[in-house]
Design a protein around this ligand. Structure first.
Ligand SMILES: Nc1ncnc2c1ncn2[C@@H]1O[C@H](COP(=O)(O)OP(=O)(O)OP(=O)(O)O)[C@@H](O)[C@H]1O
Length: 723
């Protein structure tokens, strides 16, 4: 097989700005030719995966044996080596949803083809968001069907559908670019090199005109960052990155000025047309210019279809039932006014929409029996097929369309054929679309980096540094160079108890407050199938670890030597135990934060627990009513405090007995007639009614750590899982 001249063609294709996403149509023996061709050319970017590793994805004409290899390309505008996403036709039939027996959607049907934009309009509360929730698979429907091409919507499609929510949910402290970079690292497949992922980010920023503000923080109501419109576009940008087949956007234009809204819809419309995406947008009151950018319109009225069809025919539809629009009037305003005018007019419109369903121009895919007639699947793939033919788009699983008698261009696929083609398409891109896009390791790495970056300004804020240094100095000054005598014993224990309690509560409440804002982002990302919960959870623990131990370490560094430094090894051991206790308390904070959706409730629960754990810690009181004795064993401060005492009093300088000692060991003579000069550590602990050794206390603390972290995971996994 000769392919002289090919290098130039390939080079041209690949050096094009859109090089790496160019869909190649190789006509020839692809198994032999393509890999060799791509190998021979030292391409500036790794070869298109679809061309090399998945030859079946190519538009393949085995009978077209050409002496020269022909390479054609389409200007798909995704500038990186993403898998070409398979165009999907979205068909929903007779969707019914009710909440507490109140119908929210009633027999709502529609169809959107690849390259089309469907606008869902209607008065507030008519069910637009509910419909998008259903189409994204995030809300169960009572009856009806939702199909992508010919297959019913199921969980496996979730990564092909992107759902841009009405709310803009982000980490406020990250910049726009950081947000997009982390999204790209998490949601684009591992086989794409980092440089390619960054190219995708650059491209999306450019397409959505976000480049000038890429280094601006997202911001929130306290710290201003991106404007409302920029946040909206950032929201869309995050979803676009994954190159989905279907885009659902809930009111993307709300809060934007008329120009920004029109320009956004225009970008989306161009994007849908060029890249054959299926787009559904809910809008409230579009301008006339924006209205005409949509291809199809679904008008909802109290959960029922008031119109479904071409945008350009809606005015005629209203005219046919005697509702005439004045010239130069915005059709969007006109139809919404009619729908809201009076119950009679409303009923008339809904009735007319029902009649229209029976007309011959109504899409046949929306007929009840379309997908099941005679055991065959009838799909109108005319549009898809034309796209494939005209634009040389090669879509996974759509390529082997066999044209039968093409009455009105309809394709008749035997069930068996369609299934085999589907199976192959699903299997060859299964890793990306059906499994997670990235490995556990990548998810863990990226999420821990993101967690560190996001949490650092919060946990190591200037205020926290000031507080820590001030507190360390204050504690050091208060307990400065205490003599190791029985008279000072209570004060030394005071430093230990205070240091333990303060840092444990600091970590607990820190973990608690980090959860509510983070949970929204995590739920959104998990719903879209971006990563495993386990990867997030472990990454959160690891990413925040250096942050949670920094301040207690600084405090210890300042206050402990001021208290009285005896040896470096004791200093380090005390530090290690202080940090262990802090991490244990953080686990409790994770658990409570995961359990309680309500911040007030979680603060109340934590305050109760921490007060109890302090009271039973062994410093404030050593005598407990017998029926409350057991509570001290649930107090993490009890174990932490015991450990500090064991270390300090056994490894450090011994405590000299007081003149009028309350310890019997100091007042009782030894058998050899001598008196004890020092108070042994056991005697100090005995006085508090505790004698557990260091290893046992440590084991219990580690048990607290493991149990609460595992419980936190179980709660997030099974109780607070995003719907
Ligand atoms: N989980 C729910 N519980 C109770 N009512 C609900 C629930 N979900 C939706 N509804 C009700 O269903 C109706 C449709 O809500 P939906 O959010 O879909 O409307 P919408 O058309 O998107 O409104 P808007 O344009 O104001 O955003 C509303 O009356 C809403 O109160």
């Amino acid at each position: 097989m000769g392919f002289k001249g090919l290098p130039a063609v390939i080079e041209r294709v690949f050096l094009d700005f859109y090089s790496c996403s160019t869909v190649c149509v190789l006509v020839g023996n692809v198994e032999e030719v393509a890999p060799q061709a791509f190998r021979n050319e030292q391409l500036s970017c790794p070869p298109l995966s679809g061309c090399t590793t998945h030859p079946e994805r190519l538009h393949w004409k085995s009978d077209a044996i050409s002496p020269a290899l022909t390479v054609e390309h389409t200007a798909l505008t995704f500038p990186c080596m993403l898998e070409p996403s398979r165009p999907l036709q979205l068909v929903f039939q007779d969707i019914c949803v009710s909440v507490q027996k109140r119908p929210i959607l009633k027999d709502v049907s529609g169809i959107v083809r690849p390259g089309q934009v469907l606008a869902v309009m209607g008065p507030s509360g008519c069910g637009k968001t509910t419909l998008l929730d259903c189409l994204s698979g995030q809300r169960a429907i009572d009856s009806g069907t939702i199909r992508l091409n010919r297959e019913r919507l199921s969980k496996k499609w979730r990564r092909r559908i992107c759902y841009v929510l009405q709310q803009d949910i982000f980490f406020a402290g990250l910049t726009l670019r950081e947000t997009l970079e982390y999204t790209a690292m998490l949601r684009l497949p591992d086989k794409l090199p980092r440089s390619e992922k960054m190219r995708c980010v650059d491209h999306i920023l450019e397409v959505l005109e976000l480049t000038p503000c890429q280094h601006t923080k997202i911001g929130d109501y306290l710290n201003r960052g991106l404007s409302g419109g920029e946040k909206k576009r950032a929201n869309i940008a995050c979803e676009l990155l994954t190159n989905p087949s279907i885009m659902l956007l809930d009111e993307p234009t709300s809060g934007l000025d008329s120009h920004a809204a029109t320009s956004l819809i225009s970008s989306l419309q161009r994007y849908a047309a060029q890249e054959h995406k299926t787009v559904v947008i809910t809008v409230h009151q579009p301008s006339s210019q924006m209205f005409h950018m949509f291809d199809r319109l679904l008008l909802l009225c109290r959960g029922q279809t008031a119109y479904f069809g071409d945008v350009n025919r809606v005015v005629d539809f209203f005219q046919d039932i005697g509702l005439t629009m004045k010239s130069h009037y915005n059709p969007a305003d006109f139809i919404l006014e009619q729908i809201k005018s009076s119950p009679e007019v409303r009923d008339k419109i809904i009735q007319a929409a029902r009649v229209a369903r029976k007309s011959s121009s109504y899409p046949t895919e929306l007929n009840q029996d379309h997908f099941t007639k005679n055991g065959v699947v009838m799909v109108d793939f005319r549009h898809l097929h034309n796209l494939l033919k005209d634009d040389r788009i090669v879509a996974n699983g759509v390529a082997p369309i066999e044209e039968t008698q093409s009455e009105e261009g309809k394709q008749l696929w035997m069930e068996t054929q369609s299934h085999s083609s589907s199976a192959s398409s699903d299997s060859h891109d299964g890793d990306f679309w059906l499994g997670y896009p990235t490995s556990f390791y990548t998810q863990f790495k990226v999420l821990s980096q993101r967690n560190f970056k996001e949490a650092r300004p919060r946990m190591l804020s200037r205020l926290n540094w000031l507080q820590t240094i001030g507190l360390g100095m204050m504690a050091g000054a208060l307990w400065f160079q205490l003599p190791k005598t029985e008279e000072s014993l209570h004060d030394i224990q005071g430093w230990m108890f205070f240091s333990q309690t303060y840092w444990m509560l600091f970590a607990l409440f820190g973990a608690l407050s980090s959860f509510p804002p983070e949970r929204e982002v995590i739920s959104k990302e998990r719903r879209s199938g971006a990563y495993r919960l386990s990867a997030y959870y472990i990454a959160k623990m690891v990413g925040e670890l250096p942050l949670v131990i920094t301040l207690p370490a600084v405090y210890h560094l300042i206050s402990y030597p001021m208290l009285g430094f005896s040896s470096p090894s004791l200093f380090l051991t005390m530090l290690a135990f202080l940090l262990l206790n802090t991490i244990v308390a953080q686990s409790v904070g994770f658990f409570v934060g995961a359990c309680c959706m309500d911040m007030n409730l979680s603060i109340t629960v934590s305050a109760l627990y921490t007060l109890a754990t302090q009271l039973f810690g062994g410093y404030l009181s050593t005598r407990f009513p017998s029926w409350l004795e057991w509570v001290r064993f649930t107090s993490m401060i009890h174990y932490a405090y015991q450990n500090m005492q064991i270390l300090e009093f056994s490894e450090g300088p011994p405590i000299v007995c007081g003149e009028q000692s309350k310890f019997s060991i100091c007042t009782t003579e030894n058998p050899d007639g001598t008196m004890n000069k020092y108070i042994p550590v056991d005697a100090i602990l005995d006085a508090q009614g505790c004698t557990a050794p260091l290893w046992l206390n440590t084991l219990v603390l580690v048990g607290f750590l493991v149990v609460f972290r595992v419980l936190g995971y179980i709660v997030l996994r099974y109780v607070r899982c995003p719907k």
